[in-house]
Design a protein around this ligand. Structure first.
Ligand SMILES: *Cc1c(COP(=O)(O)O)cnc(C)c1O
Length: 403
């Protein structure tokens, strides 16, 4: 490989060179099982001629998930969004539910589908998770429940929030879509609050292509959830107001069992990639990497940076565009903030000043590629491009302005 000429600008795609990667390098886990394992597990589905309705693979997956997450019940569902709606129903939470404004829109959408409304809480800019001071203020003003979110393979201040929920007498449940495999003070995420919901979407740590699971230690809640899902298997049927189709198919569970077999090795691999990013980007002005928050072990599923425009030399959005030109598919989760996007921007009047920390993070946070598609050498190349883009910031900005 030739040494790049530091005075030349021709090595960046945004300035006319070929992209660094010939195919898009994604953010997201995107693991595929070994083909032979896939064939044998799918052959068993064909032999049984049984596609869905709490089949043997879903039952086995639920057993293994409950053991791994150290909970009494793991209830597999179609996806995490439906799982979150089912929990709101099963817990019979009231109409106004506190959620962090800095989260994926599905967190808040899960409330709308069951006739509830989010009450947006600001987040702590250091941790990206629920700001407990603002949370307490919202509880003082009156709210019916807390739907806390564990982001980026980290966790919110779980114990403080549990104490607040107890003190104000409101149910607490968690969107842990991004937190499979992470632990808080030695306990796996999954056993906190009254229920937690994981996503097994293809981009998540543990995957069933589409899917998710709800965990709870409460037997009555679990029975209600199984009936709301419309597939309670051998369990007791209990009355519920409304049912949904929230079932997981045998095909999804088959992939899930294979994913669960390898999830520890994938987490270790993610940690190595994370370490590589941290050392390669160390000391770069205006770029800060967020370590997983409030956990003693993480799935390291996301590489989260914050870009400070004055120090970095360009905005987060400009860097994002320059990276995309290289086929480095960095993501701006969550932009725009859910409180500034339809339907919430029209349903709820949030003033310009109401959620300042969330608004700031929405303008500065960037995810870099991590997961099964990313090889260690790719991290080196991504970081080299970021350094180069920064070095040539004036030319890059000029080019972007003219596009
Ligand atoms: C992925 C994700 C969801 C939605 O998960 P689905 O399984 O796609 O419904 C919800 N909340 C957060 C924080 C997520 O990252």
């Amino acid at each position: 490989m030739s040494t790049p000429d530091m005075n030349s600008s021709s090595d960046l795609a945004i300035l006319g060179a070929l992209p660094a990667f010939s195919a898009p390098l994604p953010v997201g886990q995107l693991d595929f099982p070994d083909w032979g394992d896939y064939e044998s597990v799918f052959r068993s589905i064909f032999e049984r001629q049984y596609y869905t309705n709490q089949g043997p693979l879903v039952n086995l997956l639920e057993e293994r998930l409950a053991a791994r997450l150290q909970v009494r019940h793991a209830i597999c569902v179609t996806n995490a969004t439906i799982g979150l709606s089912m929990v709101a129903e099963a817990l019979e939470v009231g109409a106004r539910v506190i959620v962090p404004a800095f989260t994926f829109i599905a967190t808040a959408q899960s409330l709308l589908w069951t006739g509830r409304m989010p009450v947006f809480c600001d987040v702590d800019p250091q941790t990206h998770h629920l700001d407990v001071v603002h949370l307490k203020q919202l509880l003082e003003e009156g709210a019916d429940a807390i739907l806390a979110v564990n982001l980026w393979g980290g966790a919110c201040s779980v114990h403080e929030i549990e104490a607040l929920a107890r003190r104000y007498g409101v149910p607490l449940y968690f969107d842990s879509a991004q937190a499979f495999g992470s632990t808080v003070r030695g306990r796996p995420i999954g056993g906190f609050g009254r229920a937690e919901v994981f996503s097994f979407h293809a981009t998540k740590m543990m995957n069933t292509t589409e899917g998710g699971c709800i965990t709870t230690n409460e037997d009555v809640v679990a029975e209600r959830l199984r009936n709301i899902r419309s597939s309670y298997g051998i369990r007791k049927m209990v009355p519920v107001d409304r049912t949904a189709n929230g079932r997981m198919s045998e095909a999804q569970a088959a992939i899930g069992l294979l994913s669960l077999d390898v999830v520890d090795s994938r987490m270790a691999r993610n940690r190595d990639l994370h370490d590589a990013y941290r050392s390669e980007l160390a000391g770069l002005p205006g770029l800060k990497i967020l370590a997983p928050q409030n956990v003693d072990s993480s799935n390291y599923q996301y590489l989260i940076c914050e870009i400070e425009e004055p120090e970095f030399g360009m905005s987060r959005d400009e860097l994002h565009r320059a990276l995309h030109a290289e086929n480095i598919v960095a993501r701006r989760y969550f932009t725009p903030g859910i409180h500034r996007a339809p339907p919430f921007s029209t349903l709820i009047r949030v003033s310009e000043e109401a959620l300042p920390k969330t608004d700031r993070l929405c303008a500065t946070v960037l995810q870099l590629p991590l997961g099964a598609r990313v090889r260690p050498a790719d991290v080196g190349l991504v970081c080299e491009k970021i350094r180069r883009i920064q070095k040539l910031a004036p030319a890059v900005r000029e080019r972007l302005a003219g596009l």
